[in-house]
Design a protein around this ligand. Sequence first.
Ligand SMILES: [Zn+2]
Length: 418
Amino acid sequence: MRLTGHVLIAASVLAGSGALAQMPASGPAQPQLTYVRCGALWDGKSDQLQHDIVITIEAGRVRTLATTAPSQVSGLIDLSDQTCLPGLIDTHTHVLALSAGEMQQGAENDSVSARTLRGASLARRALDYGFTSIRDLNSMGVDGADADISRAIARGLIPGPRMQVATAGLSTSGSGSTVHACDGADGCRRAVREAVARGANWIKVFADRGVRRLPEGIFDDQPTFTLEELRAIVDEAHRQARRVAAHASGKTSVHNAVEAGVDSIEHGMYIAPEDMTVMLSKGIWYVPSLYLMTKAVFGSPEQEAQSQPGVRIIIDTFKRALRTGVKVAYGTDVGAFDWTTTPAIQLPLMVQHGMTPVQALRSATAAAAELLQTQRDVGTLEAGKFADIVAVSGNPLEDVAALQKVSFVMKGGVVIRR
Ligand SMILES: [Zn+2]
């Protein structure tokens, strides 16, 4: 089902005046400059903060970073008691997921339009949390609505983050209604072509269904696709300049996905050392949804306590990835946990389990932009890039939890939240 035009218009009306704020100003003779004065700034590259920086913004992009502003400027945004950072990036979201409460209300039977409007409001929420780019990995049975939301944002009809989308994730026959089933190499090539036609930037594959912990202290899983099918998916996606994100939880599905040459491993609760070495040599990204897997997935403290042997495997996998030097990008699977929690909640966990604060922040900025191949435009604060800026109180290089309370969000030079 495709989203129709009148839904986009309704979404625009519901979104309110924020949508209008994204419209470009009409033709001034002089370039319109905006200035943001930051008490401190982390640019996404350095290991340290710079102090008293003025960001000059022209046409939505950073023109200069300097220690002084021209005197007598209009349009200066004063954040002199704040620390500025590049806008955050979550590379694994689900804006079309339904919360447990929404499911209880029967929302899965809502119309495509209703689901899409809800998705648009959650995209807006991501932006309010300071996530100026997201990669949304599966349209949750509302196929193509993610691509429509992404396009509506890009056209300035509704406010939201820069979005890359997967449309319906691929799995094999018998896998339920929230995926697109395909079987056989040719059938899966066709499914990739259909996803591309619906607007997929990424092909999401569910490489496993069902994961179990084995006595030897690993997770193994039940693979969905054959290696031949996975290879066909990867080949067809790459042939069309799209990339492949594999939901792969345990030993076998991760191994098959890595062998097939996917571009990112999502979750990776257990990754065998030899597969990690191949990930390193092939440049395959690891997107560990640490908060979901070690905290949010548990319904009660008792359940969490009982699950500690499994949690230790997940954390050990994460630590081995850091030691091996595998590229790690920030991805939370928000939507699998409720959007009332900011996806920034995962940053302190990544530090707790071995990253430096700068590494954790890079995973959610510069590194994530590299995974999305948008590093020419976003991920760091430097001349020429989009003015995607967040600000927080305190020093985020000492305490990354500061990102859970952003006080200021700008996307493309437009103030979203102040
Ligand atoms: Zn997910």
